[in-house]
Design a protein around this ligand. Structure first.
Ligand code: ZN
Length: 394
């Protein structure tokens, strides 16, 4: 007998229970704590089978072969103690929308799911847990220009996996949600119709602002002011190239409502891009070597979170470090709040280090913002050209 099956059986004897997500952003994690990575992020209203509990974390089974943990404050107990039967997948349809394609998975009830983007070649893997294949149709409407192929299979007991191969050079965004309670709708953004910046909607996010000054240099220079100067200059350059630009802030202010929590402030910045239906989101920052503050640390860094955003981070790292003449340190995966949404490619660039006296001095000169802005725009152009299928990979 498989060890996990034995564990599930044991837990059932000890008393498993059905819990349901209540937080619209419920994170299932690989272990019982915030320090563990996300297995998937679920909306409210999804039932989960909890086999046991450790401190404030429920241990949940996903199908028969995977498990995860969820914080008690994001779910509610339903009082049910029998594991619900697997949902049946009865229909899969792909059809065009205004901004791309919607792939709709019709289920007999909502189930935990995850979307895994694959970069080369571009594809989206869709995992439906606590599910079994019914006698389903896979229909692809003739006008659909986004999906190249759509295949489904049983990965293991209680786990249906789908693979959507995309008819474009790169993934440029997707969002999953439950429409009418039990149809999982995956909205996939259509790729860029043309290379270049013209006609694109770009969201620029100058980091910090208002009460939050960000990092500060030994010369007293504040990060929020440097970030804003770069973003304002980049907006000018982008508009001159024919792009539509949306700034999360254009003055020294916060973006969220007065007195809001930090997470609400950051979510307000995420929403600016979503409301504008932006093609690209770039957050502009400058760095500080934390703690012991090693003042020799220097150079440009860029960050991504959703795996399909790596090429954008790489393009920004190259563009900004070259324009400023600074060393390109690294790109890295970080769960920064402004990067978590998968609506469009999102990246964060740390142009230089305020804790480095030479770089802080450079930042105090007007040419720093001009060059950094040129670098941001060059990085975006390079990314878009590649994602449109005409340029080399960043
Ligand atoms: Zn910052």
């Amino acid at each position: 007998m498989a060890p996990l099956f034995v564990a599930t059986l044991l837990a059932a004897t000890l008393g498993g229970q059905v819990i349901e997500t209540v937080d619209p952003d419920t994170r299932l994690r690989a272990g019982p704590g915030e320090e563990y990575d996300r297995v998937c992020v679920l909306p409210a209203g999804v039932p989960l089978w909890a086999t046991d509990k450790q401190d404030q974390w429920y241990h949940v089974a996903l199908g028969a072969t995977l498990d995860a943990w969820v914080y008690q404050g994001t779910v509610r107990a339903t009082g049910l103690t029998t594991r619900p039967a697997n949902a049946r997948l009865t229909d899969v349809t792909a059809g065009p929308t205004a901004s791309g394609t919607r792939v709709a998975f019709t289920l007999t009830r909502p189930v935990p799911f995850r979307i895994l983007p694959q970069l080369y070649p571009p594809a989206l893997i869709v995992d439906l847990f606590d599910s079994a294949s019914g006698t389903y149709w896979v229909r692809q409407k003739a006008q659909d220009r986004v999906c190249r192929g759509l295949a489904l299979w049983m990965e293991s007991s209680g786990w249906v996996r789908g693979r959507i191969d995309l008819a474009m050079p790169a993934i440029v965004g997707y969002m999953a949600s439950y429409a009418n309670g039990k149809t999982l709708a995956l909205d996939i953004r259509r790729g860029f119709d043309a290379p270049g910046l013209s006609g694109k909607t770009i969201c620029l996010d100058p980091g910090h602002g208002g009460r939050d000054r960000g990092a500060a240099g030994p010369n007293g220079l504040q990060e929020k002011a440097v970030n804003l100067a770069i973003a304002v200059k980049a907006a000018e350059l982008l508009r001159a190239a024919g792009a539509r630009v949306v700034l999360t802030r254009s003055t020294d202010t916060q973006v969220g409502p007065p007195g809001c929590k930090e997470s609400e402030e950051l979510e307000a910045r995420v929403q600016v891009a979503i409301k504008a239906n932006a093609d690209l989101f770039v957050s502009i920052h400058n760095n500080h070597a934390g703690g012991g503050a090693d003042s020799s640390v220097a150079g440009t860094e860029a960050y991504w979170w959703a795996p399909f955003c790596q090429p954008l981070a790489k393009a920004l790292l190259g563009g900004v470090s070259a324009a400023l003449g600074l060393s390109a340190r690294h790109i890295a995966c970080r769960p920064f709040h402004v990067l978590r949404s998968t609506d469009c490619p999102r990246a964060l660039v740390e142009c230089g280090y305020l804790s480095n006296p030479a770089e802080a001095e450079y930042m105090s000169r007007p040419e720093f913002a001009e060059r950094a802005a040129e670098g941001v725009v060059a990085g975006m152009r390079r990314y878009i050209d590649w994602a449109a299928g005409v340029g080399p990979p960043p």
